[in-house]
Design a binder for this molecule. Structure first.
Ligand SMILES: Nc1ncnc2c1ncn2[C@@H]1O[C@H](COP(=O)(O)OP(=O)(O)O)[C@@H](O)[C@H]1O
Ligand SMILES: [Mg+2]
Length: 416
């Protein structure tokens, strides 16, 4: 299997290399400027789609990793969607029948509510009390397929990393990390325990709804939770403005609460995972990608936020250095601190409503790149979780005040 897939990928990549060489010849012949970087940025999403399997999904994950990849490549990859055909009703039925689960559920709609690379979601109900349930069914053999595709991706990544245009980019690390995140999402036992914890965090909230896990029905391949009918996207134009605004404000506060209060963060609050229930409550789904912060990272993050608010560039620089994975031996501390101070001063001068997490983070990562500093996973994922949700929020309400909403949470975290 792996060998056939490898050959298949090898042929497609070989074909792309020939296309690249021809494109270069064409451009040299006609004196046009073509850089390898710009060529990659344009062609990468198409190549990922052509390769299928884990490739579009790895591309999607990389699109959010502005800390590792240049913005032009992230932007190009962000258009990727995982287009997969839903499993046939007979296959889904076979998967459900394999388990004793089938004796406890009824009225399963074999047309999925949603279907993606890793899983698809069906609606059904419990036999004992007729409560409606959502069945998230893992695609058959998906873990093995993704693992072999990720191995192949990392194999080709070694060669891409050697290209002169890629020298300044940690290609191998980026691919390894994206692969780990992707394969982690096939671990339904972990997702189930994450969902249970997330549900408990918001169980007393009147504004946020996280589906309750039906733990007694879950299996390693099927996650069973409460079904929430009538979900609408935040971008749905039919959703009244005031409801969307309220839900988005609740979303920002929930995210800050997860970061500063709980240290347990949903890192994937994109429009498919953050929806609105018919009663206006914000619904948070998909606990497949959560990050646990240790206490010291949570405190450092709070201090980092505070230093931005007080325009204290040298403290911010110090925190970034202290929380980095490792510092290069030849780091010019003074130059690094100056660059961060300059950035913080500029950001501090903005009106709060003009502050964009994305712009700030893009510049922060660019400075880190320039000085060869990479943040720890926890620190980086926390920043990225904000970036993902800002994308969702600002699409509908560009003036949502991210900075101001953070203040009470930061203060509470530091006071504690
Ligand atoms: N508990 C639920 N109730 C209603 N719809 C759900 C539920 N869980 C998932 N869905 C629907 O299925 C989609 C995909 O679910 P999700 O858990 O995000 O899967 P994936 O990991 O493939 O992204 C969601 O965007 C939502 O439309
Ligand atoms: Mg999802």
């Amino acid at each position: 299997m792996v060998i056939i897939r490898f050959l298949n990928v090898f042929l497609i990549v070989g074909f792309e290399v020939i296309r690249l060489v021809l494109a270069l010849c064409f451009h040299i012949l006609f004196w046009k400027r073509l850089t390898l970087r710009s060529y990659f940025a344009k062609e990468l999403p198409l190549i990922c789609e052509r390769l299928g399997g884990a490739f579009p999904k790895v591309g999607q994950i990389l699109a959010t990793r502005a800390d590792l990849l240049p913005l032009d490549i992230c932007e190009a990859l962000s258009c990727l969607q995982d287009q997969v055909k839903a499993l046939s009703p007979s296959t889904t039925k076979r998967i459900l029948d394999k388990d004793t689960l089938s004796q406890n559920i009824q009225d399963v709609d074999f047309v999925p509510v949603a279907s993606a690379t890793i899983a698809q979601v069906h609606r059904g109900s419990r036999c004992d009390d007729s409560r409606q349930i959502a069945l998230k069914v893992l695609r058959p053999n998906v873990q093995r397929t993704l693992e072999s595709d990720c191995q192949i991706i990392q194999f080709f990544g070694q060669f891409i990393a050697r290209l002169p245009a890629m020298q300044s980019i940690p290609v191998k690390e980026a691919l390894k990390e994206a692969s780990d995140i992707l394969i982690g999402q096939t671990d339904f036992a972990r997702e189930a325990s994450n969902l249970k914890r997330l549900h408990a965090l918001f169980s007393n909230s009147n504004d946020v709804l996280v589906p309750m896990l039906h733990e007694d029905l879950c299996t390693p391949e099927i996650l069973v939770m409460e079904f929430i009918p009538g979900l609408r996207k935040l971008s749905d134009p039919a959703l009244p403005e005031h409801i969307a605004r309220q839900a988005l404000t609740v979303g920002v506060r929930s995210l800050y609460s997860m970061i500063f209060k709980e240290g347990f963060i949903h890192c994937d609050m994109h429009p498919g995972n953050v929806l609105v229930a018919p009663d206006g409550r914000l619904v948070i789904l998909d606990a497949g990608f959560m990050c646990q912060l240790d206490d010291s990272t949570r405190r450092s993050f709070a201090k980092f936020f505070l230093s931005i608010a007080f325009r204290d560039g040298s403290s911010a620089a110090c925190i970034v250095r202290e929380t980095a994975q490792c510092l290069p031996s030849n780091l010019n501390v003074r130059a690094f601190d100056d660059d961060i101070t300059c950035l913080i001063k500029r950001v501090g001068g903005l009106r709060a409503r003009d502050f964009q997490v994305a712009g700030f983070v893009g510049e922060l990562f660019a400075i880190q790149h320039k000085h060869g500093i990479y943040g720890t996973n926890q620190f980086t994922l926390t920043i990225l979780s904000l970036l993902v949700f800002e994308g969702v929020a600002k699409q509908r309400f560009p003036d949502l005040n991210f900075q101001q909403e953070a203040v009470p949470f930061v203060m509470a975290a530091l006071a504690r």
